[in-house]
Every structure is written in structure tokens, then in C-alpha cells.
Design a protein around this ligand. Structure first.
Ligand code: C2O
Ligand code: CU
Length: 520
């Protein structure tokens, strides 16, 4: 066909509209069909991603048995939102308690309020308090003590729940709204009772609307002292927190002084309550990393001029001996204006000298037997963090994935009590994630193929940087349904969360609905 004939045909079309319409009909139909096909896929994806306003966490996602025994109670399927019916012999979370009666060794009442408050350093913040302060009061107990906390919600409109971060409490006391209890609404109260099994540094925080409530003040320190406290060691909690743009240590943007006599040993319990990783270091004098996440490091060696990475939610205990000449020692967490200065009140404040060199906990301290048969696990799981375009609850975006699945279609890792569990956590999502498993401590076996060679490195909060792969192990010794999520709390709220569930354990609680439970 010549160009001339083509042109004439076009002209003819313009002159005869009905013929043109008839002639274009098949093409039009194909176009419509193509458009429908193009729209149908996203429409289906959109619809399929919708999360109902109330559902059971037990029905979330799909079971992953990790090569171990399958359990009927965790046969959740995609799009099925009711908990599987309980089987004979199942145990409800509400029964997983200890010592609900009898006098506690430590009894505290924490009253939560929505109100403005003034930081130690004078700035005012609008947010939430516990007993009219933020951070909330320090809870101190001795290893093995029975702790009883009465949480009263005076005026937090969304309700509250308290989680004991890093303390391996019985499941019913774990404080996760919608999974282990209902949120405590205004005018209500809830009593937590748990024995603190391990000495160490912990913290507590709200696990209802946690991405909003923790940021704005609902958290505090929890210290468990060993049964035989080393005489003469001065013990100081140091909580790092940013209220909006105000970075604080123990609720103060400036220098916090603590009187520590020359020659004395101080243990500084650094706790990162923020959403991102921070660094802690001691200026000018040697120090040891005495403990990580509530577990003592075996044979820690003194370091100087290095910092320790403290991932979100994690704790490191730094130990140092005060110089004999009476000069003060500065402990920095994150640097900047807020710092802890140990020494007499009139000693000069030392300058901060930041360093890029980090203590590598993979090789720090000396090995000692782990006490668990890590080479012969009953379950092997993968927790592969990624990111891809998808709909989550109808919202299109670049969403987090766990093993390729977006929220709520995430794995439910199923175990039996007593199982040795191996888990490989990897991250190719482009951002770092502080991964936190409730109710258990895991030991790091390797990072990026390099075996751990130092002290057993026990964690409850692990910084998994983009590109990193960690191999960890733990013993399933605390029955329940436990959340396993990113402690960059907005990430958790966006759906970076999975569960570890023991076979035969059920939860009667629901996310959403009348109870208004919103754990993240
Ligand atoms: Cu510190 Cu799930 O929390
Ligand atoms: Cu994250």
C-alpha cells in the first residue's frame, strides 16, 4: 500500500463516521478488554489487601512449621480472619501466668495520662506521662523477685498496655494489646505480675499504639539487680529518648551529673528507647561492655576510643573505673548536648570525642558453652526482610515484606515447647531494622557467614542492617503467642511484624473492634 492510498483512506474515514465506527469496533473492544484486564489485576490486589476492622492475630498470615511438626490450631489461611477453632487440650494465653496471688517483693502503681510535662532541662513537651513524669519512674527489683505493677489509665484516650521489653515474662503478662490482653481504656486498670528471671537492664513501654505512645512519653527504666550485688559499684540507668527534636538522657537535654567518687566503678545502663540505632561511648578512660540486652558478657576486655552500637530497644551496660585524680568522666549516647557526666559536682565537664570505631560484639569477650544444641535444631526458620510495590490494607506503596509477603500475609512461626530453633534473619530492604522477639533471648551464631567468636552474644533486639544476614538460635521455653517485629515502631505499624506461636496455645483477644486494640 502506497502512502497516497493510506492518506486517501484516512480522508474517507473522516467523511464517513458510521463506517469508521464500525471498522474500529474490534479494536475498541480489544482496548476495552485490555483496560479491564489492566485494571482488574490492581483492583483484585487492592481488594485482596484489605484488612478487616477486627481480627484475631492467631488467624493472621500463614503457618510456617520450620520443618517441624505441623499443628492444626495454626492452619490459618490467607483471607481467613477468624482464629482456628480451639482443639481439645489447647491452652489460652490468659492461663499462661505465674503467681497471681501472694505478696509481691516489688509493687508499683503507674498512672498513665495524656498531658504536657516539663523535662529536667526545662523544655515543655506535649505527650503522655506515667505518674506525671516521662520517662516513667525507675522500677528496681532483685533477680527472682515477684514484681506487681498496677497500670491505671487516667486519661489516655486510645488506651494503654505495658510491655516489659527484654524481660522473659509469662505470655499473659507481655502487655501486647490485641494479642495478650485488651488495651486498658480510660478509667480502667490492669495488674501485671511476673517474676524477673534474669538480672539486667530492661525497660517498659506502651504496646498499644506504640509508634505514637512510646515516642511521646509512655516508657520507663526497669533494672533487675543480681542477687549478689557487687559492693561499691555505682549503678546508673541512662535512657536515651528523643521527644520530637529534643534528644534526652534520662529526660534531660543537657548534662546530667552523677556524683561518683574517684576510684569507684560505675555501671551505666544505656537504653535506646528511640526508633533508630545510636552509639554509646565513654570519653578518655577505658571501659568494658559488661552486658548486652540483660545478659552479662563473658570476660569482657577493656576498650578505649571506641563506641558501641545500641540498636533501637536494645541495652548495653558500660562499666568504667573513675580516675583517681578526681577528674570527671563523660558518657555519651548519640553525642550532642545530652550526656551523662560522672564525678563531683564541681569537676570540669570533659569534651566529647566521638569515634567511628565500633566494638564488634561478634568477637568481643570470650566464648563459653551456649548450653543449647544449636547443631540439631527442631525448627529452622527464615525471616527475610525486603520491600516491594504492593497494596497493604488498600494503600499502594513500597511496602515491607517478610519472606516476600506483605502484611498481614506474614509468617506465623510455629514451635513446640522445648524446640531448639534456628532462624536466619536477612535484610535487603534498603534500610536497617532493629528486630525484636518477645519472650525469648536468642544467641547470635554468625553474621554474613562469619561465625561468632567472642562471648555468647545474647540479644532480644538485634540491629539487622541492609545487606546483613544473621543466624540466630533460641530455645522455645516460654509458651505463648509472641510478636516478632521491627522496633523502629513506625515500621512495625506499617506491617513489619510476624508472630512466634507455640502449638496448642490460643489467644481470645482481637485486634481492632470494640476493644480498640492497636498493638503497633
Ligand atoms: Cu519493645 Cu514489641 O516491643
Ligand atoms: Cu524496620
Amino acid at each position: 500500500m502506497s502512502p497516497t492510498s493510506l492518506r486517501s483512506e484516512t480522508e474517507a474515514d473522516t467523511a464517513l463516521p458510521p463506517v469508521r465506527r464500525w471498522r474500529l469496533r474490534p479494536r475498541f473492544l480489544i482496548a476495552v478488554l485490555a483496560a479491564v484486564a489492566l485494571l482488574a489485576a490492581p483492583a483484585w490486589l487492592w481488594m485482596d489487601s484489605l484488612v478487616p476492622s477486627t481480627y484475631s492475630a492467631m488467624a493472621m498470615g500463614y503457618p510456617d512449621f520450620g520443618g517441624g511438626r505441623a499443628d492444626a490450631a495454626h492452619g490459618g489461611q490467607h483471607g481467613q480472619w477468624e482464629a482456628p477453632p480451639p482443639q481439645p487440650g489447647d491452652v489460652s494465653i490468659t492461663e499462661l501466668t505465674e503467681q497471681r496471688t501472694g505478696p509481691p517483693e516489688v509493687a508499683v502503681t503507674l498512672t498513665a495520662r495524656q498531658e504536657g510535662f516539663t523535662l529536667e532541662s526545662g523544655e515543655t513537651v506535649d505527650g503522655y506521662t506515667l505518674n506525671n513524669q516521662s520517662p516513667g519512674p525507675e522500677i528496681r527489683a532483685r533477680q527472682g523477685d515477684l514484681v506487681e505493677v498496677t497500670l491505671v489509665n487516667d486519661s489516655v484516650p486510645d488506651g494503654v498496655a505495658l510491655h516489659w521489653h527484654g524481660v522473659d515474662v509469662p505470655n499473659a503478662e507481655d502487655g501486647v494489646a490485641g494479642v495478650t490482653q485488651d488495651a486498658v481504656l480510660e478509667g480502667e486498670q490492669h495488674v501485671y505480675r511476673f517474676v524477673v528471671p534474669d538480672a539486667g537492664t530492661y525497660w517498659y513501654h506502651s504496646h498499644q499504639m506504640s509508634h505514637e505512645q512510646v515516642l511521646n512519653g509512655l516508657f520507663g527504666p526497669l533494672v533487675v539487680e543480681p542477687v549478689d550485688v557487687s559492693e561499691g559499684v555505682i549503678d546508673i540507668a541512662a535512657l536515651e529518648h528523643s521527644y520530637g527534636g529534643l534528644r534526652t538522657i534520662n529526660g534531660s537535654t543537657g548534662i546530667t551529673r552523677r556524683d561518683v567518687p574517684p576510684g569507684t566503678t560505675a555501671r551505666v545502663r544505656v537504653t535506646n528507647t528511640d526508633n533508630g540505632p545510636t552509639r554509646a561511648w565513654v570519653n578518655d578512660v577505658p571501659f568494658t561492655v559488661a552486658a548486652v540486652d540483660g545478659h552479662d558478657v563473658n570476660a569482657p576486655t577493656p576498650v578505649q576510643g571506641k563506641a558501641v552500637l545500641v540498636t533501637a530497644g536494645a541495652r548495653v551496660d558500660l562499666e568504667l573505673t573513675m580516675p583517681a585524680d578526681g577528674s570527671a568522666v563523660r558518657v555519651d549516647v548519640g553525642g550532642g548536648r545530652a550526656a551523662l557526666v560522672l564525678g563531683s559536682a564541681n569537676a570540669d565537664i570533659p569534651a566529647s570525642t566521638e569515634t567511628d570505631e565500633l566494638v564488634d560484639l561478634l568477637s568481643y569477650g570470650s566464648p563459653t558453652p551456649l548450653g543449647i544444641a544449636v547443631d540439631d535444631p527442631q525448627r529452622r526458620f527464615e525471616y527475610r526482610i525486603g520491600r516491594r510495590p504492593a497494596f497493604v490494607d488498600g494503600v499502594p506503596g513500597l511496602h515491607w515484606t517478610v519472606n516476600g509477603h506483605t502484611f498481614p500475609d506474614v509468617p506465623m512461626y510455629v514451635v513446640d515447647e522445648g524446640d531448639v530453633v534456628r532462624m536466619t534473619i536477612s535484610n535487603s530492604s534498603g534500610e536497617s531494622h532493629p528486630m525484636h522477639l518477645h519472650g525469648h533471648h536468642a544467641v547470635v551464631l554468625s553474621r554474613n557467614g562469619v561465625d561468632a567468636s567472642g562471648s555468647p552474644w545474647w540479644v532480644d533486639s538485634l540491629d539487622v542492617d541492609n545487606g546483613d544476614t544473621y543466624d540466630i538460635a533460641f530455645v522455645a521455653n516460654n509458651p505463648g503467642v509472641w510478636i516478632d517485629h521491627c522496633h523502629n515502631l513506625p515500621h512495625a505499624e506499617q506491617g513489619m511484624i510476624a508472630h512466634l506461636a507455640y502449638s496448642g496455645v490460643t489467644s481470645p483477644f482481637l485486634v481492632g473492634g470494640e476493644s480498640r486494640n492497636a498493638p503497633e
